[in-house]
Design a protein around this ligand. Structure first.
Ligand code: SF4
Length: 104
């Protein structure tokens, strides 16, 4: 987190989520399926696959893993053009969580 204000904001969001879950506990039906996750091979298909290391990772596959976990963004791969970056961002956006609730 970048500062205390951001940490407090996330804590408040988490508190609201926990309280909402508690209030809805009688209506919640458990799901035993995992949330869909980005597939490394699908991300790799969208990368140049040259293993040039300009992103600071040893291979495009490692970079794909960093993208999947959210540790890096498509902008960290210099060989990608804007359309290719948009393609990766679009693919990854399907898996974004409710963290967007944190954004004003
Ligand atoms: S900068 Fe892009 S093309 Fe080069 S290794 Fe990293 S992910 Fe692959």
């Amino acid at each position: 987190m970048k500062d205390e204000a951001e940490a407090r904001k996330i804590l408040e969001w988490l508190k609201r989520e926990i309280n909402a879950a508690w209030e809805d506990r009688e209506r919640i039906v458990p799901s035993f399926r995992g949330a869909p996750r980005p597939q490394l091979i699908e991300i790799l298909k969208l990368l140049p696959k040259t293993n040039c290391r300009q992103c600071g990772e040893p291979t495009c596959m490692v970079f794909a893993a960093r993208l999947a976990e959210g540790a890096k963004g498509a902008e960290a791969c210099p060989p990608l053009d804007s359309d290719q970056r948009s393609g990766i961002d679009n693919y990854l956006s399907r898996f974004s969580s409710s963290r967007s609730d944190l954004i004003d």
